[in-house]
Design a protein around this ligand. Structure first.
Ligand code: TYM
Length: 328
């Protein structure tokens, strides 16, 4: 069975974009892969976090993974910060990466744009290397993510290939898996931008743990166009296309089926249906989440997870250190 690895950072609250772009894929793939899903908490500290809030978000993220449908029997779920081998490998990989390739990371360019170098943390710059370590330390075959992380998975491939070339076959070369529909859910108020948990205008995003009726209002007031035809056209109708993408991923209907279903309907009718399926999703997730968050399940799952992954990571780091000549 091939191995799957992916993770989410506990910065901000999880959005519908995180669900559609990543968690939904984990759930679809969990039966067919040996799945390692982690909380990328070390990645959260590239920006400042209140320690109490970070701790709470880490726990919430695990409960959300489970509430969304990750089966603890099919998945190994763990905290990145409990496995120090990720950072032990990351340093070695940094010494085998180039400033030129990190300079090309579009996410870094976006996040640092307009800021002074004196105030951009080094972690924000080198974090794709830690992400490479997260992946190749387990010889992951596939890495499901939204489109914004594809370039980072490609960097992991390049670093792994380079290391293998220099020191002999050591790492598997991972493949990014990007969903065909829902690779980038857009902001509801600005549908050319990614829906993001760090966006300033809360009307643009839907949080998995927000009041479902507030989510309904956000969908009803999503920016559209004046044509009043439900048709997929990303360039000329980005708002409607985004709502169609959300509806398609949550109902498994194709764009052609959706266009047929709403032919002759106005946008109000269409938005009401999209809102209904989103409200149903959030209500189901939140019911399960409320059962899980105060139970022992989160700790049980994390204990099992870390026990399973530690020996795998340890063996890989020992192999790497030996190959490069470290130690006695
Ligand atoms: P993060 O926490 O920013 O996002 C988690 C996942 O959600 C996807 N995503 C989206 N997909 C569709 N539409 C959106 N609007 C949207 N917003 C977010 C992201 O593509 C991602 O799959 N660096 C990673 C975490 C990470 C990781 C890893 C992932 C660390 N190490 C190793 C995979 C493998 C990150 O910051 O994701």
């Amino acid at each position: 069975m091939e191995r799957l690895l992916s993770g989410i950072k506990p910065t901000g609250e999880l959005t519908l974009g995180n669900y559609i772009g990543s968690i939904r894929q984990f759930i679809e793939m969990q039966k067919n892969y040996e799945s390692f899903i982690f909380v990328a908490d070390l990645h959260a500290i590239t920006v400042h976090n209140d320690p109490e809030i970070l701790k709470e978000r880490i726990k919430k993220l695990v409960a959300l993974y489970l509430a969304c449908g990750l089966d603890p029997k099919e998945n190994t779920i763990f905290l990145q910060s409990e496995n120090l081998y990720h950072t032990a490998l990351s340093w070695v990989l940094e010494c085998n990466s180039y400033i030129g390739e990190l300079n090309r990371m579009t996410q870094f360019k976006d996040k640092s744009q307009g800021k002074n170098n004196e105030s951009i943390g080094c972690g924000l710059y080198t974090y794709p290397v830690l992400m490479a370590s997260d992946i190749i330390i387990y010889d992951a075959d596939v890495v499901p993510t939204g489109i914004d992380q594809k370039q980072h998975v490609e960097l992991a491939r390049n670093i792994a290939e380079r290391f293998n070339h220099k020191y002999g076959e050591t790492f598997k070369i991972p493949k990014p898996v990007i969903p065909k529909v829902g690779e980038k859910i857009k902001d509801l108020q600005n549908p050319t931008k990614k829906m993001s948990k760090t966006e300033e205008n809360p009307k643009g995003y839907i949080l998995l743990l927000e009041e479902p009726e507030i989510a309904r209002k956000k969908i009803m007031s999503a920016v559209t166009d004046s044509e009043a035809i439900v048709k997929y056209d990303e360039i000329n109708k980005p708002g409607i296309s985004n709502l169609m993408t959300i509806y398609s991923t949550l109902t498994n209907k194709s764009f052609a089926e959706i266009e047929k279903e709403f032919s002759g309907c106005n946008y109000g009718t269409f938005k009401t249906r999209v809102a209904d399926v989103v409200v149903e999703l959030l209500t189901n997730i939140q019911t399960k989440y409320n059962e899980i968050i105060n139970s022992n399940l989160v700790d049980e799952v994390l204990n099992n997870g870390i026990n399973k992954v530690l020996p795998i990571a340890e063996a890989k780091v020992k192999e790497v250190y030996k190959k490069i000549g470290l130690g006695r």
